[in-house]
Design a protein around this ligand. Sequence first.
Ligand SMILES: *[C@@H]1O[C@H](CO)[C@@H](O)[C@H](O)[C@H]1NC(C)=O
Ligand SMILES: *[C@@H]1O[C@H](CO)[C@@H](O)[C@H](O)[C@H]1NC(C)=O
Length: 386
Amino acid sequence: RHVQILPLLCAVCRLTLAFPTQTPSAYGTSTFYHYLLLLVKIFMNDVQSLQVNIPQSDPVFAPLGSSISIPCFVSLSSTPTTSSSSPVEPRVKWTVVSGGVETQILVARGQRVKVNEAYIDRAALLNHTSSPDDLSLWLGDLRSSDSGHYRCEVQQGLEDASDLVQLKVKGVVFHYRDALGRYAFSFHQAQRACEAIGAEIATADQLLAAYYDGYEQCDAGWLADQSVRYPIQVPREGCYGDMDGQPGVRNYGTMDPDDLFDVYCYVEQIDGEVFHDPVPQQLSFDEAQAYCRAAGAELATTAQLYLAWSEGLDRCSPGWLSDGSVRYPIITPRERCGGPQTGVKTLYRFSNQTGFPEPSSLHDVYCLKGEFSVLCLKNDCALNRI
Ligand SMILES: *[C@@H]1O[C@H](CO)[C@@H](O)[C@H](O)[C@H]1NC(C)=O
Ligand SMILES: *[C@@H]1O[C@H](CO)[C@@H](O)[C@H](O)[C@H]1NC(C)=O
């Protein structure tokens, strides 16, 4: 920077010599400084060479429980060796804005990196040590709550530059129980049950990510690694598992595949629109199937309803799904819509939370329209595309 300013000053000198003001004694000196200041300003702003770039299309999608590296590169304004005085080390900062709240993930200066307490062990600068202009952020154990706008920022001296990218964490983990009763799936039946409703059996990482997003379910369920676990936020009688009074995911370990439990399923993507009739017309299961077919659609699966819920669908109306269960998605909890918890609510036949409703009982219906994947409660389609 200092080296570059000198030729600039000489240029200004030559300029003033070439076009001497007519009355140098009167205002020549102040005009000279005026131009000099102007040139310095132009130099500072327009010749700024600090640039930060996130070379990634926007938004970035990543599955629940996975890890991601968000690339970010900086081109620094001066190389340290050409400057006579010792250069200011650039300050690197990653922040995320999620739900209107800005959180600092980490800051780094030179080799020193300080990671926010909340991101310990799951945020790091990947290659910064070996290549200082690589500011790529590694983020592990992704949760839905990690969705947001990520800013990669560099400050050096008076210069400041940043770039922004949106991250959307997709996918939802949900508890699934056989129509016949609690703890009715062997390991292989559990895998098939998830597939039959348009999902797959969840992994332990996915269940852990869901737990960190607030998921709570006091029912032991199979996971992909043949272990049996369940997520508990509020430890209580009957839900201690192997953990006594601590919140966390209870783990029975690897179990005999013939043992019987519920299952945790995972869904990330569906093909189709789930759609509600303004007329409060209630249907049996068979009528529900016919209703969707007549509308050029089909009954939505349980997985599709969970995914629509995870992406914002809120309908206080229990409706038939393809497996013969009756459920409804609640984002904003209200007393008459299943109590104080958000989530997909299930209508069981018995008060001990088992059994799907009688096929002759009358309910609303959730249909799925193909091609653009829209979930509808009868004719009331979700605005969010799934
Ligand atoms: C980090 O550096 C290694 C080796 O130079 C390279 O293979 C890898 O792609 C880099 N990672 C990122 C995220 O740039
Ligand atoms: C739940 O209730 C039904 C009907 O009363 C009964 O058949 C079933 O065994 C009960 N299941 C459990 C797990 O208590």
